[in-house]
Design a protein around this ligand. Structure first.
Ligand code: PLP
Length: 550
């Protein structure tokens, strides 16, 4: 990427796929494509056999007792929703408790909040210690006779904490609770034996395990699955339908309504075969070596702060650079061909506990090399030494609204003349950062919550005002410097225009003209998109007001 070999360090979000997995998916479509469990012809029989063999591969991979305990899903998220609605909803009552932890991904929080709302059950949350380990003492105290369900992650996607699940499962089972383990991060790093763990449900996604997206696995103990009603209805999940009543199919098909993701299942089985062909203990050793190297190199970087130092951790490194906003670091690493994740990692409650808006996360897979780690650390070191981008750098201005119309303005024309001659992407990027520096910053008072726009990775604030000619003016700020630069670009184009002109403005075309769309397009899920949407909303509202008869 950016003319450099890609260093992919976002494996906790999704992994890259081995050649054999890609080939397995392709071969299915080229040579085997037919629906499963349906056709009376050979091709469909072959597809069905391959599909069911894939189920056996998964069963063996996690050592389930039977294929009937392996339900295909779209992924971890769907699996947790299935358990919440099919297992928990009919059983929970007011006074019952669902025990979660502060480490959970949103996928293991929100489905439980919904079912708690539906049933009157209560959610209890096990806190973490300062180092990112679960507080086991508090776990013991929170677990009680009313705990019906314990649902927790095996490995934290944000901090890398490996939870001591075997012991926690035993304690919870002694209290009569059922235990759900979110294995989305664990399957790629640890060898999983669901019978030895003794959990009731275990979930994972194919795409974090070197397999395609859109396929995942719900393991459930047979006795529980048998007692659960179907979750979705349609083909495959029934044995007999008549208008006087429907007979459900046996496990696992009862939970697999509709045509399944056949090629995804075959791809997942191939990914498992691929992993099984390797020495998994050696892979784990290699990942530990990558992680140690990363910690060693990064610890020498000024301002590097690791977030979470779990006693047992996977190869997931969460950190901040004190001198920079995390989103700036993410984008600057991207400039150098290094892909990491920044933000809250779908674990906003955890970030709130840590008192952080987010972190930068480098997550390593077995196919990463020590050289990848070295390039990452070297790039980070350059960023850290590139000077501070703190708010103190920016021009303070209480007077965005004081002078008419809004004080210092950056004009559309200025930007085009500054940016377009720069052919080199790095120079353009630097120019955008400089623009961000020139944008007047908001005072603390102006950063009131009402003005806050939550982006995925950074926060932004925006205020709007109309003038006597009906034109709209905006001022905005963000805690990420690159977003400030982009805000300057957007406001230069829109400020002082009529609402209809703002609505008609071709923002994508503008970014195209500035030759920025490849790297920083407004449709990327950054704070800029939220700002543009808010600006457009103001314009629509202004138009509506203008239309109303006085
Ligand atoms: C990725 C992830 C999920 C969600 O997985 P999907 O594949 O998006 O359904 C849930 N929990 C954890 C810990 C994760 O890392």
């Amino acid at each position: 990427m950016n003319n450099q070999p890609l260093v992919y360090l976002d494996n906790a979000a999704t992994s890259q796929k081995p050649e054999t997995v890609i080939r397995a998916v392709e071969q299915f479509y080229r040579q085997q494509n037919a629906n499963v469990h349906r056709g009376a012809y050979q091709l469909s029989e072959q597809a069905t056999r391959a599909f069911e063999t894939a189920r056996t591969t998964v069963k063996d991979f996690i050592n389930a007792d039977s294929e009937q305990e392996i339900i295909w899903t779209r992924g971890t998220t769907e699996g947790i929703n299935l358990i919440a609605q099919s297992y928990a909803r009919p059983r929970l009552q007011p006074g019952d408790e669902i025990l979660l932890t502060e480490l959970e991904h949103h996928a293991n929080i929100v489905p439980w909040q919904i079912v708690a709302e539906q049933t009157g059950a209560q959610i209890r949350v096990v806190p973490i210690l300062e180092n990112g380990d679960l507080n086991l003492q508090r776990f013991g105290e929170l677990l009680n006779d009313n705990t019906r369900i314990l649902s927790l992650t095996h490995i934290s996607n944000a901090l890398g904490t490996i939870n001591p699940v075997a012991g926690l499962i035993r304690q919870a089972k002694e209290q009569g609770a059922i235990v759900v383990i979110d294995g989305a991060q664990a399957v790629s790093h640890l060898e999983i034996d669901v019978q030895r763990l003794g959990c009731d449900f275990y979930l994972f996604s194919g795409h974090k395990l070197f397999a395609p997206t859109g396929i995942g696995v719900l393991y459930g103990r047979k006795a529980l699955l048998e007692a659960m009603p179907p979750w979705q209805a349609g083909g495959e999940m029934i044995r007999k339908v008549s208008f006087s009543g429907t007979e459900y199919n046996d496990l696992p098909f009862k939970f697999e309504a509709g045509t399944p993701n056949i090629s995804g299942a075959l791809g997942l089985a191939e990914a498992i075969r691929f992993l099984n062909s390797l020495d998994r203990k050696a892979l784990a050793r290699h990942e530990r070596a990558l992680m140690s190297k990363a910690i060693e190199l990064c610890s020498a970087i000024p301002g590097f702060t690791r977030i979470g130092q779990p006693t047992a951790g996977a190869s997931i490194l969460s950190f901040q650079l004190t001198s920079h906003h995390q989103q700036d670091v993410g984008l600057m690493l991207d400039q150098q061909g290094i892909a990491v994740r920044t933000g809250h990692h779908c674990a906003m409650p955890l970030m709130e506990t840590l008192g952080l808006p987010g972190t930068i996360r480098a997550s390593f897979a077995f196919y990463n090399s020590i050289e990848d780690v070295e390039r990452f650390a070297a790039a980070l070191s350059v960023i850290a030494q590139g000077g501070s981008f703190s708010a103190a750098d920016t021009v303070p201005s209480q007077s965005v609204f004081d002078s008419s119309p809004f004080g210092r303005e950056i004009k559309d024309r200025d930007i085009l003349t500054q940016l377009t001659p720069l052919k080199n992407w790095n120079d353009r990027y630097r120019q955008i950062m400089l623009l961000g520096k020139r944008l007047p910053s908001f005072t603390a008072a102006m950063k009131a919550d009402t003005q806050r726009i939550n982006g995925c990775e950074s926060d932004a604030w925006l205020v709007a005002k109309g003038d006597d000619n009906g034109a709209l003016w905006f001022a905005a700020d963000s805690d990420a410097r690159v977003i400030r630069g982009l805000i300057a670009l957007v406001l230069a184009a829109l400020n002082g225009r009529q609402p209809q002109q703002i609505l008609d403005f071709d923002m994508d075309g503008y970014f195209e003209q500035l030759q920025l769309s490849r790297h920083l397009s407004p449709s990327r899920g950054n704070g800029l998109k939220a700002i543009i949407e808010t600006v457009r909303k103001s314009a629509s509202e202004a138009l509506r007001h203008a239309d109303q008869p006085r």
